[in-house]
Design a protein around this ligand. Structure first.
Ligand code: ZN
Length: 342
């Protein structure tokens, strides 16, 4: 029996030493150590041996099993090491690949700051379509028929006709959304309308055909100019800091009366005058005014009972000021060297 066992040991070791792949190793392991292996058969014959022989043969069988197991383990370790890069190409010890994640565009990020300030003052953020009818883009906003904004040189007209039978336009401001929002609301309202608008003009460092605006509309009983100025002063200070001052200048807009522009003190020279503010010490920031009674009527609001104010600001230029960007065209260039700085 001992001779037979030694024979098994020798043939097992010979076979295992020549193994060149995992599958063969797996099969040989089963053949020499499995339930139907020769060793297992010999184990069954032990009971026919004398009491003196039983422990000796038992020990020999265990030694052979241990030797075979050791070779199997060594071979298995060798195969694992060989499957490192250059072989099967996967090495679990290497650091993983970081997925390339995008992030929010600086204009969106800046808009979210602005929305956050107004939402905390009780405003509701509303959005609307970018292609508008002339009725919504001009007529309902009190633009006279001969207003220059209606000229093809200033506005993009589309081939598609709107409900009013006229060619639709790419909206020149976000104000049409205010009209649309008021069709399904009753005062009191506090609305903030951010969005993309379009102008047909030559592009340079300060002008783009596409840009972002944010408008606001407040309608309630007893709304006064002081509410307008106080709100926008608070907004600018929350955005740019407590030291920023504002000034109010009269202006003209067809949809507000009276209308005014609001400037803020230049952040670069603190009002002293520098090239950025054209030596004036002030930066044009917001257009605003008390909502024109005709516009209120177009919104289905009685101007004898309610009054309101509206304001609008160009997001792109303020974003440039906020982050220190010197060319408006960078925002839409899709240049990752620019975008990834934010
Ligand atoms: Zn300045």
């Amino acid at each position: 029996m001992k001779a037979k066992l030694e024979q098994i040991r020798k043939s097992a070791i010979d076979a295992l030493e020549r193994v060149a792949d995992r599958d063969t190793l797996f099969n040989l392991e089963k053949k020499f150590l499995g339930r139907k292996a020769e060793l297992a058969q010999v184990m069954k014959d032990i009971k026919s041996l004398s009491d003196a022989e039983k422990p000796l043969v038992g020990k020999l069988i265990n030694d052979i099993k241990r030797d075979i197991s050791a070779i199997v383990e060594k071979k298995r370790t060798d195969f694992s090491a060989q499957s490192a890069p250059g072989r099967s190409g996967w090495d679990k010890t290497l650091p993983g690949l970081k997925p390339a994640l995008g992030h929010i565009h600086p204009i969106t990020r800046f808009l979210e700051k602005i929305e956050d300030i107004f939402v905390r003052m009780g405003y509701e953020v509303v959005e609307g379509p970018e292609a508008e009818t002339q009725a919504y883009n001009f007529d309902l906003l009190n633009f006279p028929k001969d207003h220059p904004a209606r000229d093809v040189q200033d506005t993009f007209f589309l081939d598609q006709k709107g409900d009013d039978g006229l060619p639709m336009v790419l909206r020149t401001q976000t104000s049409p959304v205010q009209i649309r929002a008021m069709e399904i609301r009753k005062p009191p309202v506090r609305l903030l309308v951010p969005g993309r608008v379009f102008r047909n003009e030559a592009t340079d460092a300060g002008h783009e055909t596409t840009f972002y605006q944010c408008e606001g509309l407040v309608i309630d009983q007893g709304i006064r100019v002081t509410d307008l100025i106080g709100t926008l002063d608070l907004f600018i200070k929350r955005l740019f800091g407590q030291d920023v001052k504002i000034r109010v200048r009269p202006h003209f807009y067809p949809f507000t009366e009276p209308s005014m522009d609001i400037d803020m003190s230049c952040l670069l020279c603190q009002g002293g005058g520098c090239p950025f503010c054209k030596k004036s010490g002030w930066i044009e920031t917001l257009g605003s005014g008390m909502v024109h009674p005709n516009v209120l009527k177009n919104m289905g609001v009685d101007p004898k009972v309610y009054s309101g104010f509206a304001f609008g600001l160009g997001i792109d230029r303020l974003m440039m000021l906020y982050y220190g960007v010197n060319d408006i065209r960078l925002s839409y260039s899709g240049d990752l060297r620019f975008i990834e700085q934010f």
